[in-house]
Design a protein around this ligand. Structure first.
Ligand code: PGA
Length: 251
């Protein structure tokens, strides 16, 4: 059985004081959620969020990291800096990192290795553009992203990872993929994971859907065999909406 994971990606939103208000409200609304619940605030709010969530059922993580241990890498954040703040997860290879900050699959593979070496659970994002979707190139693209972003990962390490399928055309657009479309891509992701790591490992890996997830579409998504949770952007900034999504139902 795969426990559902509902992860909030706050992106570049919330000042530390706002982050505290948001997680305090979430903590009140989700005293003992059935799903595993995770929030990923900006780096500068991690310490505040860690303090506010101490002893709660909600985990916290980061939206990125750099693969080196320390040194002259101005502006970067090392994995040990995240674990020192109690982070257990890190989102890697989000399409905004790939598109706006030119991250390649090879970069992501190095980040995945660094995260794993520090015991962080990597949530590795894959997804096609609208043009690729329209041209029917989704499958080839996603399989290649998985192979290259997960290069060097062993089956034992893969067992502890999470994959997020986020069609770029559905992110922040209000245009969610239908549960059927999301399921068909999540099924092919599981198939590629079984090619890479074996069927037993692939069967245990959680695959999230992301892209305009809202309280009113979460139930249909979670009802699908290969969708094990959600990576939520916009709706994760509203406590009532995110709590409703974490409960798998409408607000
Ligand atoms: P969205 O973002 O829920 O606002 O579409 C999802 C994401 O980018 O992770």
């Amino acid at each position: 059985m795969r426990t559902p994971l509902i992860a909030g990606n706050w992106k570049m939103n919330t000042l530390p004081a706002e982050a505290r208000v948001l997680v305090e409200s979430l903590r009140e609304r989700l005293p003992s959620p059935a799903a595993e619940v995770l929030v990923c605030p900006p780096f500068v709010s991690l310490a505040t969020v860690a303090e506010a969530l101490q002893g709660s059922a909600i985990a916290w993580g980061a939206q990125n990291l750099y693969w080196e241990e320390s040194g002259a890498y101005t502006g970067e954040i090392a994995p040990a800096m995240l674990t020192a703040l109690g982070c257990t997860y890190v989102i890697l290879g989000h399409s905004e990192r790939r598109q706006l900050f030119a991250e390649t699959d090879a970069d992501i593979a190095r980040k995945v290795a660094a995260a794993l070496a520090h015991g962080l659970t990597a949530i590795v994002c894959v997804g096609e553009t609208e043009t690729q979707y329209e041209r029917g190139e989704t499958e080839v693209h996603i399989r290649r992203q998985l192979r290259e972003s997960l290069a060097g990962v062993t089956p034992a390490q893969a067992a502890k990872m999470v994959i997020a399928y986020e069609p770029i055309w559905a992110i922040g657009t209000g245009k969610s993929a239908t549960a059927e479309t999301a399921e068909s891509v999540c099924a092919l992701i599981r198939d590629e994971l079984s090619v890479l790591f074996g069927a037993a490992v692939a069967d245990g890996i959680r695959i999230l859907y992301g892209g305009s997830v809202k309280p009113d579409n979460i139930a249909a998504l979670l009802a699908k065999d290969n969708i094990d949770g959600a990576l939520v952007g916009g709706a994760s900034l509203k406590a009532a909406d995110f709590a409703a999504i974490a409960c798998g139902k409408e607000a």
